[in-house]
Write a new protein. Sequence first.
Length: 368
Amino acid sequence: MTTNHTIAAEILHHRSKSLAKGDPVSLPIVPAATFHLPEVAGAAHIYGRNGMSTWEAVEAQLALLEQAEVVSFPSGMAAISAALMAVLKKGDRLIIPADGYYVTRVFSAGFLAPFGVEVVEMATRDYDSADFSGAAVVYLETPSNPGLDVVDIAAVVARARAAGALVIADNTTMTPLLQRPLDLGCDLVVAADTKAPAGHSDVLFGHVAGRDAALMARVRDWRRLSGAVPGPFEAWQVHRGLETLELRLERMCASAAVIAQRLSEQAGVTAVRYPGLAGDASYAVAQRQMGSGGFLIGFQMESAARAERFLTDCRYLVQSTSFGGTHSSGERRARWGDQVAEGFIRLSVGIEPLEVLWAAMAEALGES
């Protein structure tokens, strides 16, 4: 059986077998849009929109992670839109989370619905009992962002299959090292590698993964024809980040588990969501399908003002609207219109030493 440790080692050494004497060990950046083509037959590359060696290297890494074919994109939303555009047509019904990443909803309402796709929004916690009759695509996000509700992927896939629907999973919050939707029966997986895979908050990137050759051919055609291709420097950044993904996740998730428990014991915190907490509503499902509780924590303070004060006062938290980076970060998600309490904070735990980070958090919470 392939373990995460084996995958991590393969990611580090996936180019070694092809290196010739004198080749650079690190991945070269090849910023080429055009290639020498005295004739087309047998050419490894034709034009930059069709393919180039730097993204092919990062796709090879991601394929090791997913144990599946991968097509890379210049952002997570480019990957999400490609997957949806590749499988939907006029008259289809698409089910999406009402409480997941809000840009997916905006894209679906603004661009898919006007082309005749029926878009149905559904709360993540309702997926486990929903009737998928008439759906062409069931799109799920688990754990949901930002509420961290967890879907029983295998159960949803079984009911979607019975209804004749394809299943697409957004696995951004977990990565394939912590959750494997393709192994649980999903047709396609989408992810924003901007987050933990790249890991340094300095690049936009995404990918679609799948084991159905026909579906992946459609995704690849969408990229080629729409022009939604990643740049070589961005691909190189993600390639570099993936080499330390397993190491970073180990610390991030271990720290998050401790911090979530401590937050649940703080007087100024009124609620905590973390799938790895024994008392969490998603704990049982998370234990079955996730490798850990992850590095994201949702917690609620008594008011927006109190939450903002905590975020400002904690010296080891960056206030930003992404997650999965080396720096711990947090934000009050209601400011984007997410259906959460005004004092709800999404906390992304980074790689700071645990006790140093917690001391700063405890001081900002008024508990030092």
